[in-house]
Design a protein around this ligand. Sequence first.
Ligand code: AMP
Ligand code: MG
Length: 411
Amino acid sequence: MECFTAGLISLDEAQRKMLADISPVRDVETIAITAAAGRITAEEVTSPIAVPPFTNSAMDGYAVRLADLAQGTALPIAGKAFAGAPFTGQWPPGSCVRIMTGAPVPAGADAVIMQEQTESGDHGIRPTAAVKAGQNIRLAGEDIQQGACVLSAGVKLGVAELPLLASLGISHITVLRKLRVAIFSTGDELQSVGQPLSAGQIYDTNRFAVHLMLDKLGCEVIDLGIIRDDPQALRAAFTAADSTADVVISSGGVSVGEADYTKTQLEEQGNITFWKLAIKPGKPFAFGRLQHSWFCGLPGNPVSAVVTFYQLVQPLLAKLTGQKTDCLPMRQRARTVQRLRKTPGRLDFQRGIVNRNAEGELEVHSTGHQGSHVFSSFSLANCFIVLERERGTVEVGEWVEIEPFNALLGG
Ligand code: AMP
Ligand code: MG
């Protein structure tokens, strides 16, 4: 076993090396918030207004002054306040104002009594429960003060952020430019989807998978197609990709076969940082630097290509796009209800199905055949089962770590 795993670097070390010298894109653009989903804030965003902008009622009920309640007499209704139509009349002592949720609270009111805690008679309303100062009143600025920071730089804009900007009346936002990523597949056996297959050919799965994942990550994709297993063709592809992109991602040709030229080409046209990982699937993964861009050489087997993209390229791209929070996948513990075959030596990313059992515990089982060419294992799975490098076969009932798929794989 040792001889096969010697010289392989661990996933942690690979992630560290990849993130070590990276500086994010700097160019910015200002765009409408309606077009900003998935983009990264370039600067801190402050609120132009207070939220709520005015003190308003949290309930349908009656605005009162506490002093007017002291006698215990009924309070006649002096007028009404609606959301969008404030009370503008005179408010005589000893009376109340009928008020709806979201309506401005009239000046001088100490509390809003919810409708359900009042009784009404001929002479007005009376509270049926104790009334506390400030109850059911939302104060101006209690959520956000005018000028307060609402988003810092390096935040990915999504459902939690964009409606917040809309609520502040911010229609445009300054974001970092999109990352440009050039992709190509290598292999004489590859054919593009839509073309007939000749003898010995297979369809190019990886470029399609990588393109999809890059779309989801909000990158601008430059698709250079399929490159033949020919050093000259590969050299030209490397040059074209490096001249236009921030990151170049290829697949195939990083192993030790006689038609595996990717690694040699990386060494010729740039610098290789590492190219062999102690993970399964995904051992042959090359990372390095070209003249203008970073280079990731994914393995040829489609499952390996997606696993290495997910575990290594995804955090790299997140950092390059300027995202401040790292997006290393979260792990949880689950009990396996199945024997999981494994050989010690590499960190395993088996595809699994996790669910909660009747006792509320997480239980996981395998999707079946774990070959690195069995792409259907992804569509059956909802998580990776992550088995430690030195662990052997896992027996039924043992605890394992799982990583639920994030949005990149989870739909
Ligand atoms: P390689 O790393 O180039 O030796 O490829 C390893 C295995 O993955 C071979 O069986 C290839 O046919 C297959 N493969 C390589 N690239 C792709 C691709 N883009 N789509 C599907 N299978 C591929
Ligand atoms: Mg190949």
